[in-house]
Ligand binder design. Structure first.
Ligand SMILES: [Mn+2]
Length: 532
């Protein structure tokens, strides 16, 4: 796919519009895509020496917004809001948005101000899978020759889940990805094993979060460890030294010096038991010298738990086969064809990032979203704009605080047994959980309930009569053809609210007193769809 001629013409006009403006305001959305969009636009303006002001906002503040700048740019939002009702002749508008547009392409014709809306949907390009807000902003950067921002375009598309349909980027996203690879910013591995937490989590922990199906490893770190030990993935001692061989032999583990040795589950048990006994007795057994003890102690440290990014291709293959077998045991036959899409997808490594959780695309996008949820979008933008100093420290603090909030909220929901299961869905009362994180919590709760049905979380929006609703489900359900984004839009509209989103992760706002009606209508609307 290429940029259609009419859209390419719009980009030329956008460049001219920016070049002739000196008083510029940007509004962008608060999620990863919106933050990436803002970072790209802000960098363009910095390079052009144009002072500008940027605000990250929720959609609801945009309708009938006051415009008092020569040029107002809306990114990752704007197409679906009434942003120009107060525009005067000297208030030009540029929109870069991929959401369904309210206005047609010829809307600009009789306006006294410049109204330029770049939206892929106007050009027959699907804004859910082919390009998102950050991608649209990247093409503007490219118009100025700034292709070094291609990696931010890729990150925005990861954050916007543009690749969830097929496990790889399609449409205009493919162009951005190609630019990032060619510029040396991105290492793309096609069809990689896909488990969240590639660089920042030990693999046994990452595996325990698997929630598309309830597997023995789900929420069970011991089972996950056992699985990895069985597969010989976590316990390989590289190039055994003669000293290591000697002491291991003494405690009953036989291996060859100079070779790699993978400890079996039993070997690991022997090693742990031996060291534990010494620790308890506070003295060495007669057959072991102090030096030998130190060697043994270091062996236990050397066979440290691996991360997904440490695995060889061969090890990933072994793990894939094991997971595949486990899933086949749990799901009906009609789902078999979807298993590879769950486990396999392209992986994205940002080559210029040597810092753990920013190296993997999914983990980077989580850090950006954590900032959005905590109203710290500007810190996230600073990191994207290249600040790896104080902004990165701040990002660490925000991410840690975010994880803490998630953990305490999870505890509330799981300890009070709040999950209610109906025929076709399950839900929980998220009272006390901040609306900003109820979606994330809902996703985490999925691992604790019936994966065959969607899970819906409710939480009240402070000082209002509104409820925030979030839905998450196993990817098996959406691959089977259910689009919860469409269903939640319809049902929330029926009770006087509004909603939408992705097929497997979506949400709505509804009046507080309509909760029961919403649940009942949702349950009925799924009749016959939840069939396993
Ligand atoms: Mn977006």
């Amino acid at each position: 796919m290429e940029i259609p001629p009419l859209m390419a013409e719009q980009y030329k006009q956008a460049k001219e519009l920016i070049e002739k403006s000196s008083d510029i305001k940007i509004y962008s959305h608060i999620d990863c895509d919106g933050i990436c969009s803002g970072a790209i636009l802000s960098t363009i303006l910095d390079r052009l020496n144009k002072p500008h002001d940027i605000d990250f906002v929720n959609l609801d503040v945009l309708d009938n917004i006051e415009l008092n700048h020569e040029l107002t740019i809306f990114s990752d939002l704007g197409s679906g809001q009434l942003i120009d009702t107060k525009a005067a002749a000297n208030n030009n508008i540029l929109i870069l948005d991929h959401h369904p547009p309210l206005r047609d392409l010829d809307y600009n014709e009789d306006k006294e101000f410049t109204y330029l809306e770049i939206n892929p949907n106007h050009h027959g390009i699907n804004g859910s899978f082919y390009v998102c807000g950050g991608g649209l902003c990247y093409f503007l950067a490219k118009e100025f020759g700034y292709t070094d921002m291609s990696w931010i375009g890729v990150l925005s598309a990861i954050g916007d889940m543009q690749n969830t349909r097929s496990g790889e980027f399609e449409g205009l996203n493919k162009i951005i990805q190609k630019d990032a690879v060619e510029e040396g910013y991105l290492d793309l591995i096609k069809g990689d094993l896909n488990i969240y937490g590639r660089n920042s989590r030990e693999l046994f922990i990452a595996l325990s979060y698997f929630s598309d199906v309830k597997l023995p490893i789900t929420n069970n770190q011991n089972e996950s460890k056992a699985l990895l030990d069985e597969l010989g993935i976590d316990s390989t001692l590289k190039r055994v030294t003669p000293e290591e061989q000697d002491i291991l032999e003494k405690i009953g583990i036989l291996c060859e010096a100079g070779e790699d040795y993978t400890l079996t589950r039993e070997d690991r048990a022997i090693l742990n038991k031996e060291l534990e006994a010494i620790e308890n007795a506070q003295t060495l057994p007669i057959y072991m010298s102090k030096d030998e003890f130190i060697v043994l102690f270091q062996i236990q440290k050397r066979i440290r738990r691996k991360r997904l990014s440490d695995l060889t291709t061969e090890e990933k293959g072994r793990l894939y086969n094991a997971l595949n077998r486990m899933i086949i045991n749990e799901v009906p036959k009609k789902y078999y064809k979807h298993i590879s899409k769950i486990l396999i997808g392209d992986s994205y490594t940002f080559l210029m990032e040597d810092y753990g959780f920013l190296r993997d695309g999914s983990e980077f996008s989580t850090a950006m979203n954590a900032c959005g949820r905590n109203h710290e979008e500007k810190i996230a933008m600073e990191v994207l704009k290249g600040n790896r100093d104080w902004a990165l420290d701040e990002l660490e603090v925000i991410s840690r605080k975010h994880r803490y909030n998630l953990a305490t909220s999870m505890e509330k929901v799981t300890s009070d047994d709040r999950i209610v299961e109906l025929e076709n869905l399950q839900y929980f009362d998220g009272t006390g959980i901040k609306p900003e994180i109820v979606g994330t919590i809902t996703g985490m709760i999925l691992g604790y309930c019936n994966w065959r049905k969607p899970i819906i979380g409710f939480t009240q929006i402070e000082d209002t009569n509104g409820l925030k609703v979030s839905l998450r489900c196993s990817r098996f359900l959406t691959y089977d053809g259910i689009n919860f984004g469409n269903i939640i839009r319809k049902v929330s509209n029926e009770v006087g609210g509004s909603g939408g989103g992705h097929a497997m992760a979506c949400g709505a706002y509804i009046p507080l007193d309509k909760k029961e009606e919403f649940i009942q209508k949702f349950n009925i609307s799924l009749s016959g769809n939840i069939s396993i």
